[in-house]
Design a protein around this ligand. Structure first.
Ligand SMILES: *Cc1c(COP(=O)(O)O)cnc(C)c1O
Length: 368
């Protein structure tokens, strides 16, 4: 029997279910005569802000731009330091760099790979302006402690929610705990566009206004630039697709959690480190990340069975060539470095059938 390959991520099963609605939305935009900053973006901004429990949303070109513009709106610039983590891929660090500021890394904790608030103090300096919190893999960071620390030291807080659409902390959706929440709509995310996109959400009308200006050349209402800005607009086609997909987000999250529960049940009792369900935080399972010292053997077993996987992330940012000048070295972020060797993300997306999940579980448990 030929076994079908299982991809780590696939948008097609979901696309097939909603194709008619998506094509209808695309046709509506093409017939409207408005492709940039029109009614679709305006409506999507309101609908997504409402979903996340925020007063306002500002659609932008990508999640990375959302982070960059959020930091700039808060006045982060050259000479400032921003505290963040090094196990997040590059985007948050790139955003800090794009503002001319300097990242200061804190180590994560070994259980859930999220920023460890106990390490914040060590990264603090007189130049620290902001904490960029990453809700990694779909689990909210320990916000109460982070917000307390920020208040004590008069720091701004930006939340990177690129992996956390649908993630809650003490019953509230992430993105509204800090000053600004930033989401990505990269196709793999919990809410994915058919291309690039992102959004900032905030409850502060002044920050909303500043981000709106920053994303559009710093223009005021007369189209005169009153601050240096860039072009980072969400386009009408992506906004229209996202409006359709937002309607299905709750179903998609339910499906993600059902798949995650199947993995948890099937792998309980194995020696793999599994995500820990938390009472006060609802995991959105953007990624189902296991950790194991046997990773090379697990990878080989998955590959030989045609099963895709991801590594999020195999090289911590402080080890990357581009960031050597920050001055970090081996041993500076022990949990981050340890996780880079041991984490592995299992296939997970709406439309992934239970039998395939079971095949992944069998492949994993067959490795001694
Ligand atoms: C995907 C991602 C981003 C960036 O999003 P883009 O839309 O690809 O720019 C930022 N932070 C994290 C943690 C991400 O996973």
């Amino acid at each position: 029997m030929v076994r079908q390959p299982i991809r780590a991520f696939d948008y097609l099963p979901k696309h097939r279910r909603i194709e008619t609605a998506v094509l209808g939305a695309i046709r509506r935009v093409l017939d409207s005569g408005s492709l940039i900053l029109g009614p679709e973006v305006c409506s999507f901004e309101q609908e997504f802000a409402h979903y996340a429990g925020a007063e306002a949303g500002i659609g932008v070109n990508s999640g990375t731009d959302a982070l960059t513009l959020a930091l700039q709106a808060l006045g982060v610039g050259p000479g400032d330091e921003v505290i963040t983590v090094a196990n997040c891929g590059v985007p948050p660090v790139a955003a800090i760099g794009a503002c001319g500021a300097t990242p200061r890394f804190v180590d994560t904790n070994a259980e859930d790979h999220l920023i460890d608030p106990a390490n914040l103090e060590r990264a603090l300096s007189p130049r620290t302006k902001c904490i960029l919190v990453v809700h990694l893999y779909g689990l909210a960071a320990e916000m109460n402690e982070i917000l307390d620390f920020a208040r004590q030291h008069d720091l701004k807080v930006v939340e990177d929610c690129a992996q956390a659409h649908g993630s809650t902390y003490r019953g509230w959706h992430v993105g509204c705990f800090g000053d600004i929440g930033c989401f990505s709509f990269y196709p793999t995310k919990n809410l994915g566009a058919y291309g690039d996109g992102g959004i900032c959400v905030t409850n502060d009308p002044n920050l909303e206004k500043r981000i709106r200006m920053l994303r559009f050349y710093g223009f005021d209402d007369e189209r005169v630039a009153v601050m240096p800005g860039i072009n980072s607009r969400l386009d009408e086609l992506q906004a229209a697709v996202l409006r359709v997909k937002l309607k299905y987000l709750r179903d998609d999250l339910h499906e993600r959690r059902t798949i995650a529960r199947r993995y948890l049940d099937g792998l309980r009792g194995s020696d793999l480190q599994l995500p820990v369900p938390m009472k006060d935080r609802e995991h959105s399972y953007h990624l189902f990340v296991i950790a194991t010292p046997k990773r090379p053997r697990i990878m080989a077993a998955l590959e030989s069975d045609g099963i895709g996987y991801g590594l999020h992330y195999p090289v911590p940012v402080h080890f990357m060539e581009a960031y050597q000048s920050l001055g970090y070295g081996p041993g500076d972020l022990p949990n981050t470095e340890q996780a880079a060797h041991s984490v592995l993300s299992l296939p997970l997306y709406p439309g992934l059938e239970a039998e395939r999940v079971d095949r992944v579980i069998s492949a994993l448990t067959s490795v001694g």
